[in-house]
Design a protein around this ligand. Structure first.
Ligand code: BGC
Length: 730
């Protein structure tokens, strides 16, 4: 073992390495547990022996890690420890809500806490690195991977990015319980055409700078250890070979000094993209763009020796990548302690006290109540009999959602179990009614109708199977399956009160009759291990719902993309003007939009005030607003602060989120919520994509959602000392 390695020792180690060993360090291979792409070469552990592997992905646990590390330390020539990496998108053993749900909590402290808890569990299982957070802003529910992101807004992603990176990497005082984050997928993977996974991406430089890049900048500023380029291209330049973004922007302009790790087999796929003739060219393109680690393509191992011979790359570039990799291994403590953090007994509910309660809290905060007609929720505890109906009613393992590799489905709580615990005085009967398929089974529906008829209230639990979500799970129409539609029609025809619970990985396009036929609609998405408890907690009134949508739910597929921060256009929508921007066959507004979500309380806002009405380019203004819990039980309000720049160099969104805050309020209580808004937050990319600040009025809107009727307005003025507005015009 090498003890603690100084820079000089890393240099000496590199001097000892032959080419195979260097390329081995630059190669990451999957353990056979999970294969998401074409199978890789051979068994990783055998390859470890020959020095051909630097790190292993998607394996964990005492026996596996110890054995692989033993081979690396005892049977290889240079005895360099391996690192181990796993996709931990929303929890390791304890599964938290899927990111798209957790983002709806708009709770920075929560985002950080669940990442810290995941790191604690994962390091115990011998992991040092995770391919998270996923930061692909997405406005297209057709894309299965929308489940992994934080919704439609760039600012939300930037806040989420910082909290996740800090939560994984530095929030735990014990260095052995810290996990290296790899922010992915750089960049704009969420803009794949038509939401079809792996399809082409063609976004403007403005969209990149305004929407897709800020989260990655935030991750880099928070010290993220790695960046993973996306599988896709952008405007014809494959991201795995994108020098302009990976080198010029990320490395040079942002000063990122960590690792760039390819996605699964992505280097070899440069041949499919049609930008490399063979593996040597593919490897050279990736290395020249700044990719340090080849995940599962065998491209560095097999392609770089030829690329070197052809003069496409240099040994100095290879040494630079190996230096970064060895430095990462050193900094994370592997040279000092190759079994860093590993415990004989992995994380369990017993040795991770508090994690289950924390996951339940996360799931309750993430749930969005979209409709509650006649305040049917919370349900009376005295309800005599309720029927839990639908394919997701008793589906505990599905609650975990996609990417829950070490999650134990036996520990997950389904909706039925949650209801039975929360409504112990009621009879909760169950009938599946339909599967998540299009095949309608009339006898199942008939049984469910009987169960519903015999009950006072129906909890109709529709959704997706978790294997139908996430990567490679795009759909032209994200909606309930035909069987679930038929079931819903039959149940709703009875005229009983129906609480519709949607356990999905993405916004669904719901028929109007289904929303109209439900008294209440809960957008639960996948809440994780504690999902069923969280739903029951809200239904019973043990938790006052506080989640707000981070993603719009379109009324129709044809509205996609629909998001709150669209631009005004030259012909803003006007109901009285046929030549304003509109559809002939649909509204332009989504069914539920960004910031929507109900509480059992009614929150009222006072008039906002700013201490500085005029600020210069270095200026800051403090904004205060009173929020009152005017009716209902104790609850938590979310306040969003948006701005609009009414006259700018380029068209601006109608609203742009700049901050959000939470306030817990007892019945009748008023609290003052403060925001600090700086001139720097009012900038936007100019023609050269440099920050631009306009002189003149800025409108600030604060509300409990983004709906016009919920927003309070105030204006401030920017008056810069040296620059004049629109100098470009003269
Ligand atoms: C995904 C990545 C993931 C990797 C390793 C790929 O298919 O795109 O997000 O980190 O597999 O599991």
């Amino acid at each position: 073992m090498h003890g603690s390695l100084s820079a000089g020792r890393i240099e000496r180690l590199i001097a000892e390495m032959d080419l195979t060993e260097k390329l081995g360090q630059m190669t990451m291979l999957a353990a056979s547990l999970v294969v998401t792409g074409p199978p890789g070469p051979d068994n990783p552990v055998t390859l470890v022996r020959t020095g051909k592997v630097g790190g292993i992905l998607n394996t964990w646990g005492y026996d596996e890690i110890r054995e692989a590390q033993r081979v690396a330390l005892e049977e290889t020539r240079l005895k360099i420890p391996l690192y181990f990496a796993v996709d931990i998108l929303h929890g390791h053993r304890t599964i938290h809500p899927i990111p798209l749900a957790e983002a709806c909590a708009f709770d920075r402290e929560l985002w950080r806490r669940t990442a810290r808890e995941s790191a604690e569990e994962a390091t115990r299982d011998g992991i040092q690195m995770t391919f998270a957070p996923m930061l692909d802003v997405c406005r297209d529910p057709r894309w299965g991977r929308i489940a992994e992101c934080a919704g439609e807004d760039g600012y939300v992603h930037a806040e989420y990015a910082r909290e996740k990176v800090v939560g994984f990497q530095s929030a735990n005082p014990d260095p052995n319980r810290r996990l290296l984050g790899v922010a992915k997928h750089f960049v704009a993977y969420g803009a794949v055409k038509a939401g079809r996974d792996y399809a082409e991406v063609d976004v403007s430089p403005r969209a990149l700078h305004e929407v897709y890049l800020p989260a990655f900048k935030a991750a880099v500023d928070a010290g993220v250890a790695g960046i993973m380029p996306s599988f896709t291209d952008i405007a014809g330049v494959a991201m795995t070979a994108n020098k302009e973004l990976l080198h010029d922007l990320l490395r040079v302009k942002w000063g990122f000094n960590g690792l760039v790790i390819s996605d699964y087999n992505a280097i070899a796929e440069l041949m499919n993209h049609g930008v490399a003739a063979d593996l040597a060219e593919a490897a050279a393109l990736a290395l020249n763009a700044g990719v340090d680690i080849d995940m599962m393509a065998g491209a560095y191992e097999n392609g770089l020796p030829i690329a070197l011979e052809r003069g496409l790359v240099t040994m100095a570039q290879i040494d630079e990548a190996v230096t970064r990799i060895l430095r990462m291994k050193h900094d994370v403590g592997l040279f000092d302690n190759p079994l860093r953090g590993l415990e004989k007994v992995g994380p369990t509910p017993d040795n991770m006290p508090g994690h289950r309660a924390s996951a339940r809290d996360a799931a309750r905060r993430s749930l969005v109540l979209a409709k509650n007609e006649g305040n049917i929720l919370p349900l009376q505890r005295t309800t005599r009999r309720m029927a839990a109906i639908g394919p997701l009613a008793d589906a505990q393992s599905e609650m975990m959602g996609p990417w829950c590799m070490a999650g134990d489905e036996r520990e997950a709580i389904g909706i039925l179990q949650g209801l039975r615990e929360s409504f112990a005085g009621s009879e909760v009967i169950h009938s599946i009614g339909a599967h998540c398929t299009d095949e309608v089974e009339p006898e199942l529906i008939a049984e469910a109708v009987e169960a519903a008829r015999a009950s006072d209230v129906v909890v109709l639990c529709l959704g997706e199977l978790r294997q139908h979500c996430g990567e490679a799970a795009s759909r032209t129409t994200p909606r309930p399956s035909r069987a679930q539609m038929q079931l819903s029609r039959a149940i709703m025809a009875l005229g009983k009160p129906v609480v519709l619970v949607l356990a999905t990985s993405r916004p669904w396009i719901l028929p109007d009759w289904m929303v109209d036929g439900a008294s209440a609609v809960m957008l639960a998405m996948f809440g994780g291990t504690e999902g069923g408890h969280a739903i029951a907690d809200v239904m019973a009134g043990d938790y006052n719902p506080s989640g707000r949508l981070c993603i719009s739910w379109p009324t129709r597929v044809g509205q996609i993309p629909v998001h709150y921060n669209m631009r005004t256009t030259g012909r803003p929508f006007d109901p009285d003007n046929g030549f304003s921007t509109r559809f002939l066959d649909s509204t332009i507004a989504p069914r539920w939009g960004f910031g929507d979500g109900l509480s059992y309380s009614t929150f009222q806002l006072g008039e906002p005030q700013a201490d500085n009405k005029i600020i210069d380019q270095h200026g800051v203004t403090e904004i205060a607003i009173d929020v009152t819990n005017a009716a209902g039980p104790e609850g938590e309000a979310t306040l969003f602060l948006f701005v609009n720049d009414p006259v700018a160099l380029v068209t601006r969104p109608v609203l742009e989120l700049k901050d959000f805050a939470k306030a817990v309020l007892r019945p009748g209580e008023t609290k003052r919520v403060g925001f600090t808004l700086s001139a720097a937050q009012l900038t936007y990319p100019d023609f050269a994509m440099e920050p631009r600040l306009d002189d003149g009025r800025i409108d600030i809107y604060i509300g409990v959602s983004a709906r016009p009727e919920d927003l309070k307005r105030l204006s401030i003025e920017v008056r810069q000392t040296a620059k004049a507005r629109h100098t470009e015009l003269v």
